[in-house]
Design a protein around this ligand. Structure first.
Ligand code: SF4
Length: 328
């Protein structure tokens, strides 16, 4: 590991001051950043340790929603009564991620900021990675692409976002609360993550001098009918090949609102709004589920090794909707 300076801060203002220095990275739970530093993938000049800031609470908002502090541990957020009761989809997604030991350390802010990546990114022995070294090329393009994106990829990068939590947050229309030198701003999760385009080195629209304070969730009408389904190569501690966050609001036998987000298929959590529209106003039955599942993979562009993800995603959407609707 290369040399770097380290400071632990006691206030958000001090954290923001530290972030003014170019080359500064934020350390919270350390489960992603330290791994990448040990592998010479991340080489920050300065580290600002925010782990002692009082940002670890889960609290009820005045509107009936909740606010999850950026430093809440994944395990604590997953098992908080407010999350369990009102957003069971999010609890399921948290518990599908990583391992119990990692969930006990990792923070929700760090989970949001996990690098979109592939094996060629995390192994610095491969020189060509536009995300690690802009302009160097993409080793994955001529490599093993089983895990890679089927939506929204670019010539420069075909990596997928690893977070389960973020997929559930996308389905729930979460808002990310951040603060920087220009004050506080609220970023809908839809605008938080980026597609790779020609700048795959940027995973999010968070500015380098901004700090995540919290995640806000609006009051949810999906608590009774939601399901997070993760398909992976082994039962634990593996990224999704495909995952689905499905949430339904049903009244008088008809679907009033539907949310479907996919994970493991794109550089960011992937909302499939056309599939959602296939459900709203209809009864949840095999026909509407099949139509939504078909719509969810429309426009997919698989590459050499990952064509299997298209039917896998379609079937995963069907199963997640059946489970959300109490049919499975
Ligand atoms: Fe790097 Fe993206 Fe290519 Fe993977 S897919 S090697 S992260 S540029």
């Amino acid at each position: 590991m290369h040399a770097f300076s380290y400071v632990r801060v006691d206030s958000v203002d001090d954290a923001l001051s530290a972030l003014r220095e170019p080359g500064t990275k934020v350390l919270a739970g350390g489960t992603n950043l330290l791994d990448l530093m040990k592998g010479y993938v991340e080489q920050p000049v300065h580290i600002v340790d925010i782990s002692r800031l009082p940002l670890d609470q889960v609290a009820e908002g005045s509107d009936g929603g909740i606010r999850i502090g950026a430093l809440a541990r994944n395990s604590d957020a997953a098992n908080h009564p407010l999350v369990r009761q009102r957003y069971p989809l999010l609890t399921q997604a948290f518990l599908a991620g990583a391992s119990p030991q990692l969930r006990n350390m990792a923070t929700v802010g760090g989970n949001l900021m996990q690098r979109t990546r592939c094996h060629y990114f995390t192994d610095a022995a491969f020189d060509r990675c536009n995300k690690r070294q802009p302009g160097s090329g993409c080793a994955a393009r001529e490599g093993f692409t089983r895990q890679h994106a089927i939506f929204g990829a670019s010539e420069q990068c075909i990596a997928t976002h690893p977070s389960d939590m973020a997929v559930a947050l996308a389905a729930l229309d979460a808002v990310i609360v951040v603060r920087g030198p220009r004050g506080e701003r609220r970023i809908p999760i839809e605008d938080f993550y980026r597609l790779p385009g020609t700048t795959p080195q940027r995973d999010t629209n968070l500015a380098p001098d901004e700090l995540i304070l919290a995640i806000d969730l609006s009051p949810s009408s999906f608590a009774e009918h939601s399901h997070y389904l993760k398909v992976r190569d082994r039962a634990s501690y593996a990224f999704a090949l495909v995952s689905v966050a499905a949430a339904l609001e049903q009244r008088d036998g008809a679907i009033r609102d539907a949310r479907i987000a996919l994970g493991g298929v794109a550089h960011r959590p992937w909302r499939v709004r056309d599939a959602e529209r296939r459900l709203v106003g209809n009864r949840l039955d095999q026909a509407s589920i099949a139509a939504a599942a078909q719509a969810s993979v429309r426009g997919a562009q698989p590459i050499r090794d990952n064509a299997f993800k298209v039917p896998l995603a379609q079937r995963a959407v069907m199963l997640a909707l059946q489970s959300a609707g109490g049919m499975a």
